[in-house]
Design a protein around this ligand. Structure first.
Ligand code: PGA
Length: 241
């Protein structure tokens, strides 16, 4: 695992954008696995600026997002499709048909899970997967449990996840209780992983995930076994390493 220890959120965002840009320079038709949340927002801003300066071309990029809330329409302000449009896709020259987010309003969730796994396979797998980490150690919405969820699945959100995400909704009651999430198999099979972490509140879980036992109780711990992880964090989040 390569570790970049940056001073603060801005520097972490710039470093993440440089790594992602290098990936696209080397392979312009990369399949990017993308994440939502506060952590990668700054990186997306940097990528938009690189695109506007003519330094980065998204025309051949394909993307698959990690997750989506069950029940939220794509134009719902808290849906992850909406997040991606607003933070990245609407501002760069990406082909809209090449961007994929699980359909949180699919009529049959089991079929949607199968479709998403097949889609990732048909794209040839993920070249670079961007990940954040939840306070309970989740990646995507792979919540703590007795075993690693392998395929795309409907996740029941942990109470701590609902608490953490309530800040984006008018009240805690409005946070969806379920989400579609890419499973650990697709994430683990990504050829390269860019794990981004920021803030003191992540320090304990980052240390537990990367120095503690590999266990489905902390799903990010599986990244210890991956051969090509780049960890980019600010000093606070990396203070326990
Ligand atoms: P955050 O979310 O980037 O908003 O902290 C990370 C996550 O829950 O995976």
């Amino acid at each position: 695992m390569r570790i970049y220890r940056e001073d603060d959120y801005c520097a972490m965002s710039r470093r993440g954008a440089d790594i992602l840009a290098a990936q696209l320079l080397l392979r312009p038709d990369s399949v990017l696995g993308l994440a939502t949340g506060v952590t990668p927002m700054g990186m997306y801003r940097e990528l938009v600026e690189k695109n506007h300066r003519g330094e980065l071309d998204f025309s051949r990029v394909r993307t698959v997002n990690l997750d989506e809330y069950v029940g939220l329409a794509p134009d719902h302000e808290q849906s992850y499709r909406y997040f991606m449009q607003r933070n990245l896709f609407d501002h760069v020259n990406i082909n809209p048909d090449a961007t994929h987010v699980p359909d949180g309003r699919a009529r049959c969730m089991a079929a949607e899970c199968r479709r998403y796994d097949q889609l990732i396979e048909d794209l040839g797998g993920i070249d670079l997967q961007v990940l954040g980490i939840g306070r309970n150690g989740h990646i995507g919405f792979n919540e703590p449990g007795d075993e690693f969820p392998l395929g795309t699945h409907v996740a029941e959100l942990a109470d701590s996840t609902i608490d953490a995400n309530a800040r984006f909704f008018a009240s805690r009651d409005q946070v969806p209780r379920k989400a579609l999430s890419m499973g650990i198999r697709s994430i683990f099979q990504a050829r390269r992983i860019l794990l981004m972490v920021s803030g003191r509140e992540k320090a304990d879980i980052v240390a537990a995930a990367l120095k503690g036992p590999v266990t489905p109780r902390v799903t990010a711990s599986v990244l210890q076994l991956h051969p090509d992880v780049i960890l980019v964090g600010d000093r606070e989040a990396l203070s326990g390493l």
